[in-house]
Write a protein that binds this ligand. Structure first.
Ligand SMILES: N[C@@H](CCC(=O)N[C@@H](CS)C(=O)NCC(=O)O)C(=O)O
Length: 220
């Protein structure tokens, strides 16, 4: 692919769905350009090309791809070693867990937004149930399954990174009860494609955002 044909990822610095695609781009060493937009002030050109008004978008030649899981599958199918199973049943299961990871993003985001203690603990209870299911499913070798980094790993990594930042900065860590997830988190966060998938000011932006919102989590 020449530089003129490089895919362009339309992004927002704090978005975990964008980060998934960046991890895959870096893991596969795909030349790309990132263009940030302000989601509070979506530019007209973005609204024209984004069917749901959401990031990420991947511009490939004259095409616009949306939905992070679809973008990741496109990147996977067009570059390098496959990051999903060949077997249809195994692949369907991986896709299902990728969908599951999105529900963790949503619960994690809601935890940072909750104002009332009661609301916070309701969301935390739901998140904890999901983490218990994940703990039962994942392997013990530092990846979702086996010793290979797959699209399931790139899909969960943004959740795991944010949970580590909240643990480090606020001292709250719903993941700490789950040994396999902890090991998985340590392993994924040590990988350069995961570390480089966010901007240098990401930690400050993410944590400041939580304090600025002033919800229950910020008071812990
Ligand atoms: N299912 C979508 C979710 C993308 C998403 O929710 N993006 C958020 C930012 S993290 C967004 O663009 N929100 C803007 C809006 O809803 O107006 C995906 O996987 O790409």
């Amino acid at each position: 692919m020449t530089s003129l044909e490089q895919p362009i990822l339309i992004s927002f610095k704090l978005c975990p769905f964008v980060q998934r695609a960046v991890i895959t781009l870096l893991h596969k060493k795909i030349d790309h350009t990132i263009e940030y937009i302000d989601l509070q002030k979506k530019p007209d050109w973005f609204l024209e090309i984004s069917p749901l008004g959401k990031v990420p978008l991947l511009r490939v030649q004259d095409h616009v791809l949306f939905e992070s899981a679809v973008i990741n599958e496109y990147l996977d199918e067009t570059h390098g070693e496959p990051m999903l199973a060949k077997d249809p049943l195994a692949k369907a299961e991986q896709r299902a867990w990728i969908e599951f990871s999105s529900s963790l993003f949503n619960a994690q985001h809601q935890l940072t937004q909750a104002r009332r203690e009661e609301t916070y603990f309701k969301i935390e209870e739901d998140l904890t149930k999901k983490l218990a299911q994940l703990e039962r499913k994942i392997g013990s070798d530092g990846f979702f399954e086996g010793k290979k980094f797959t699209l399931v790993d790139s899909s969960f990594a943004p959740f795991l990174m944010r949970s580590q930042l909240v643990a480090d900065n606020i001292g709250v860590d719903p993941v700490s009860d789950y040994k396999k997830i902890m090991k998985w988190r340590d392993n994924l966060l040590s990988l350069s494609e995961v570390q480089k998938s966010v901007s240098k000011d990401f930690e400050d932006l993410y944590i400041e955002g939580i304090f600025e919102r002033g919800g229950y989590l910020a008071d812990q």
